[in-house]
Design a protein around this ligand. Structure first.
Ligand code: PMV
Length: 341
């Protein structure tokens, strides 16, 4: 190659699933389709310096600190995608990356992280393979991000995003994510808050890789995969009609089912903490008393994503969160995001 070095910088947000992906097959093929919201404010910014024609090596810095474990992970990832980017092992990399949200906060930094790296790789690819259309480039970035961390493939698009083949979603694929059509979404879902309560900031006891693997021997797995597929039918209707109560029911059911699957694994594990359950119960009490649309979803961790629309009720909800829920968090930790599209 006639270039000697190239520097690219990209930014990518994280996402939170509404219908959850939990369980996968070989080559990062999801056992069921999932749909997520992109968290616009929770981003990873990544700079990749590539030195062509040097022997392959990867050096990584996380928020300024050199991290060998992360470099090993990236090296392995680059080796695994050589068939899709033939130039990738022909040089040396220095990768500097930082998140705009707290580390280990239960906000998927692997999703934004692999999303940002995949975008950087597609930028470098233009140098070697020529310019692609934006659509083509995003699709390939989503494909590559998936091979790093499954849910990362959904972070390439804004708004609602679907990954995994579903009869309900035209163009959906197990190999990359697709944007859910904005025209099919009622306006109440287009201006939404996602506040993440930081219940527990420590490292998770069971990684998502191990968690996915335990679905292979979980006797309830097939039923769960089927349920997730079926949930796309009501989800589509709800998104179109703006039926908030049904949305709340479905989203909370999905979150609790994810954690129920963990409890029914062998060996069983629990990622929720006491604070997680206290917050859930308080949300339910609040809804019973006020009928206001505050609800939750959970990722593979203890932290609680509080969801509520900007529909005029948000001030009352924010007051409740600040007075009743923050006491269950570590250091009053809350990460606020607004999803407008
Ligand atoms: O992308 P992974 O392998 O870290 O899996 C993440 C799975 C969940 O976050 C629990 C659910 C989802 O669909 O994002």
């Amino acid at each position: 190659y006639n270039i000697s070095s190239e520097t690219v910088s990209e930014s990518c947000p994280s996402n939170i699933a509404l219908i959850k992906y939990w369980g996968k097959y070989k080559d990062q093929i999801p056992a069921n389709p999932s749909i997520s919201y992109t968290l616009n404010h929770c981003k990873t910014n990544t700079k990749v310096e590539f030195f062509a024609n040097e022997s392959f090596s990867v050096q990584t810095f996380l928020a300024g600190n050199e991290e060998d474990k992360f470099a090993e992970k990236i090296e392995k990832y680059f080796r695994s995608i050589e068939q899709y980017l033939p130039w990738i092992l022909k040089g040396k990399y220095i990768i500097k990356t930082e998140n705009t949200f707290p580390h280990s906060s239960g906000i998927a930094s692997s999703a934004s992280g692999f999303g940002a790296i995949a975008k950087c790789l597609m930028s470098l690819d233009e140098t070697f393979s020529g310019k692609k259309s934006e659509e083509e480039s995003l699709k390939k970035a989503s494909f590559l991000a998936r091979l790093g961390s499954g849910s990362a493939c959904r972070s390439l698009y804004n708004g609602l995003v679907v990954w995994g083949e579903s009869d309900e979603i035209e163009g959906s694929s197990d190999l990359f994510a697709v944007k859910y059509s904005d025209e099919e979404i009622h306006s109440v879902f287009k201006d939404f808050n996602d506040w993440v309560l930081l219940i527990h900031e420590g490292v998770k006891s069971v990684s998502s890789t191990v968690g996915h693997g335990l679905m292979n021997t979980n006797p309830y797995a097939e039923r769960r995969f089927q349920e997730a597929r079926e949930n796309f039918v009501p989800m589509k209707e709800i998104l179109k009609s703006g039926d908030m109560n049904s949305f709340i029911k479905l989203v909370e059911h999905e979150a609790l089912t994810l954690h129920a699957m963990m409890m029914m694994s062998d060996p069983a594990f629990i990622l929720m903490k006491t604070g997680t359950l206290e917050v859930i119960n308080k949300i339910w009490d609040f809804r019973r008393e006020t009928s206001l649309p505050l609800f939750f979803t959970l990722d593979a961790g203890a932290n609680v994503h509080l969801l509520f629309p900007n529909d005029g009720s948000e001030d009352k909800i924010k007051t409740f969160i600040e007075s009743e829920l923050l006491q269950h968090t570590q250091k009053n930790g809350v990460v606020k995001d607004v999803m407008k599209f």
